[in-house]
Write a protein that binds this ligand. Structure first.
Ligand code: NDP
Length: 277
């Protein structure tokens, strides 16, 4: 029987654990405050920012929200980041991506103090992950590791295949699986024989950004399949990068979309914010 990995339930459990930890840390006189910056009005970003603020309120930490107009200049955004970097009350800073085209994303990411980089995108955070030092880890891949752990799925010694090599998902995902002693292969758009490579996987993590591309032909019997993708279909429903209907019967465990990896991203953001307290 295929186990459906319930990201909603696991993320709730994590948030409840964090709520207790926040109460304990507050008792020791520690405080946390997440500053969330949004530039422009992408509807999806507004939803994400709202959910992040709600999650902060749930676990008992302060949040500050900066909603800047679309025409905000890069220098204005950098000055706000500098101000928040210097504010001892603010323990985490997050700029909701994407930012408008006239602002360079990399410059923004690099300006956030690595001590407050709760998204884990700063090169220092990525470098720390790479050499096995302590630092903030990108929330979505960190959430995938938590999903596997909470589901009692062993990673050590397993053939792990990651499809996708983006800086925010694929690359940190592969490093985290390696840190957990998986044997890791990373695939991308130039990979030859993608199906054959995927069929070797005991654990297959799919982050390609292509709706339902991965069907049962890519799956080894009994594999664990983690679907990071999220897309809205024409009928308004959500789907992932995995063709769930054909893949699920072949797996030992699989994440659904919605309700799999998605809810973990915010839970892990909260985890990072609390760890900065
Ligand atoms: P990117 O578009 O940045 O990266 C996609 C990766 O997939 C690239 O490395 C690309 O290869 C590779 N790829 C594309 N097409 C193919 C193909 N045909 N065969 C093999 N590899 C291919 O996406 P992200 O990493 O940002 O996101 C991936 C998915 O995860 C998206 O659906 C996104 O919406 C979702 N997502 C979900 C989150 C959540 O909270 N659930 C959070 C973040 C993302 P190459 O490098 O060669 O171009």
């Amino acid at each position: 029987m295929t186990k459906i990995i319930d990201g909603k339930a696991i993320s709730q459990k994590i948030k409840d654990e964090l709520k207790e930890e926040v109460a304990r840390k507050k008792g020791e006189g520690k405080e946390a405050c997440l500053a969330v910056i949004q530039v422009g009005k992408y509807p999806a970003s507004t939803v994400y920012v709202g959910n992040k603020k709600k999650a902060c309120a749930y676990i008992g930490i302060d949040s500050q929200s900066y909603e800047l107009p679309e025409e905000t200049s890069q220098d204005e955004l950098l000055s706000l980041i500098d101000k928040l970097n210097d504010d001892p009350k603010v323990t985490g800073i997050l700029v909701q991506l994407p930012v408008p085209g006239h602002i360079d994303e990399d410059t923004i990411i690099k300006r956030i103090s690595p001590l407050k980089d709760v998204d884990g995108f700063h090169p220092m955070s990525v470098g720390a992950l790479c050499i096995g030092e302590k630092g903030f880890v990108s929330c979505t891949p960190a959430g995938v590791i938590k999903l596997l752990k909470y589901s009692d799925i062993e990673i050590a010694g397993k053939e792990c295949v990651v499809i996708g090599r983006s800086n925010i998902v694929g690359k940190p995902m592969s490093l985290l699986l390696l840190r957990e002693n998986g044997t890791v292969t990373v695939c991308h758009s130039k990979t030859k024989n993608l199906k054959e490579v995927c069929k070797r996987a005991d654990i297959l993590v799919v982050a390609i950004g292509r709706p339902k591309m991965i069907n049962e032909e890519y799956i080894k019997d009994g594999a664990v399949v983690i679907d990071v993708g999220i897309h809205r279909m024409e009928n308004g429903k959500l789907c992932g990068d995995v063709d769930y209907e054909s893949v699920a019967p072949k797996c030992s465990a699989i994440t659904p979309v919605p309700g799999g990896v998605g809810p973990m991203t915010i839970a892990m953001l909260m985890y990072n914010v609390v760890s900065a307290m």
